[in-house]
Design a protein around this ligand. Structure first.
Ligand code: GAP
Length: 456
């Protein structure tokens, strides 16, 4: 993990937020390569969801919604994690995680009573992660919704706060009727959305795995009640395959079934990934029955039922949800790609073996020597001829070996070098493959086709 964090900083993937002010816990910024990677991850998800499924449409709802949305969804009353405070150093910890670390199952759905009982039973085993003290306050539920004063111009807005959304899917539920009435979709159909979500997470650890401002990619599929379980099982298979297609090795994925379901849910499984700190949730797949639409129907007073155009049957559709964080996918993809290799000459290299579609830079263009204007000019020409088709980088810094190492560390699949032969002889360039390190001579006229074919 330390190596990945250090590479992320050094090579411009991820920076701590507001670092010059000492950082801001559990908030991170994506640097120049990070933003390319996360954009490619979001594009791959969007393609798999919206472009390749004729019954799934996209949505981009606002971060802010009517405060009643969060009452209807249950977030105001029940979206909380159990918290304890160390009496010595005042560190705040998530009790279910602390218990999990000593091998005791607990989760955020348990009541304060249940959690405190477990805490008492295991108090000798539990110590503060910061100061090692064993003296804690009682566990209390802490609400994770982030509040704001949007639209409230009084000094005391905390009585009637507005909320930054705690999950993106509530925007999907409240737009269910709008989408139904404005597009040609019929049940079963899905709505997909990518966007920011905010949670006052108690513990800020594990890098971008648990952020307070993060991005979700969520898809809700609305189905006829009796058909939901079948759809659920189908989507479990689809989402598993999606990760294999994203270059994740199957041995690094695992299913985790939730034992403790919320009262309205009929099934909940997570796809876990083998992060550097162990198998943890990457994506959640939930069968949420008709709970969400029913709640929003009640709180808004609007009829959110669906009438089957063929049978005239009227019902509240059931929801199957596939929800994953863009940031967690980023960390999984980066972990999977991170490779240390010993080369034949005894040297070592770090290479990010991203699937080509996710690589931030697809091709780097080099002049063999920086101080030969004719080489630089030709390399610039090659770069200019490719840049509108591929995300490219021109690099003439340091010797060629150093440039290869730099591109390996950011996962660039192809390095293209212009040398004297290019100008004097064959109008071709050397194309070096990131993974095999093999080099090939490719005519400049054929370079675009070569990259198009090989980057697929
Ligand atoms: N709508 C369902 C929902 O929000 P969740 O399990 O709380 O369910 C879904 O979140 C996904 O969002 C998780 O599987 C994870 O990938 C991502 N996620 C949740 N909290 C996160 C956080 N604090 N930081 C980064 N990603 C997070």
């Amino acid at each position: 993990m330390e190596k990945i964090i250090s590479l992320c900083k050094r090579r411009g993937f991820v920076f701590p937020s507001s670092e010059i002010y000492g950082g801001f816990a559990a908030v991170y910024d994506y640097g120049s390569y990070g933003v390319e990677l996360v954009n490619n991850i979001k594009a791959a998800w969007w393609k798999a969801m919206v472009q390749e499924n004729e019954n799934i449409v996209g949505l981009d709802s606002s971060i802010f919604m009517h405060p009643k949305v969060w009452e209807a969804s249950g977030h105001v009353s029940g979206f909380s994690d159990p918290l304890i405070e160390c009496k010595k150093c005042h560190a705040r910890l998530r009790v279910d995680h602390v218990l999990e670390e000593v091998g005791v199952f607990a989760d955020e759905k348990m009541s304060e009573e249940e959690i405190n009982k477990l805490l008492q039973e295991n108090k000798d085993k539990i110590e503060c992660v910061k100061c090692k003290s064993k003296d804690f306050t009682e566990a209390k539920k802490f609400n994770l919704l982030v509040q704001s004063n949007l639209g409230n111009f009084t000094g005391d807005w905390t009585k009637e706060p507005t909320y930054l959304r705690g999950e993106t899917c509530q925007g999907i539920y409240v737009n269910f009727k709008n989408v139904l009435d404005s597009s040609r979709v019929k049940v079963p159909f899905g709505i997909a959305q990518i966007g920011k979500a905010f949670r006052n997470e108690i513990t800020a650890r594990q890098f971008i795995f648990r952020k307070r401002e993060f991005e979700q990619m969520e898809m809700q599929i609305f189905v006829k009640p009796g058909e939901a379980m079948e759809t659920y099982e189908e989507w479990r298979k689809i989402r598993w395959q999606y990760y294999l297609d994203l270059g994740i090795k199957e041995e690094n994925l695992k299913w985790h079934q939730h034992e403790n379901l919320v009262f309205y849910a009929k099934a909940a499984w997570d796809i876990e990934y083998n992060f550097p700190f162990g198998f943890k949730e990457l994506e959640g797949l939930h069968y949420r029955t008709d709970h969400d639409l029913t709640q929003h129907g009640k709180f808004s007073g609007k009829d959110l039922s669906y009438q089957d155009p063929k049978t005239n049957e009227k019902y509240i559709p059931h929801v199957v949800e596939a929800s994953v964080g863009a940031d967690r996918t980023f960390l999984a993809v980066l972990t999977e790609a991170y490779t240390e290799e010993k080369l034949e000459d005894g040297s070592e290299r770090v290479v990010l073996k991203f699937p080509k579609k996710l690589a931030p830079i697809k091709a780097a263009i080099f002049p063999l020597l920086k101080n030969k204007p004719e080489l630089v000019e030709k390399a610039k020409e090659v770069y200019n001829s490719l840049k509108s088709d591929f995300m490219c980088e021109f690099d003439d810094n340091g010797n060629i070996g150093k440039r290869y190492r730099r591109q390996d560390e950011i996962g660039t699949p192809y390095c293209v070098t212009v040398d004297f032969e290019t100008i004097e002889d064959d109008n071709a360039v050397t194309v070096r493959d990131r993974d095999t390190m093999e080099q090939k001579r490719v005519k400049i006229d054929e370079l675009k086709d070569y990259l198009t074919l090989n980057l697929k």
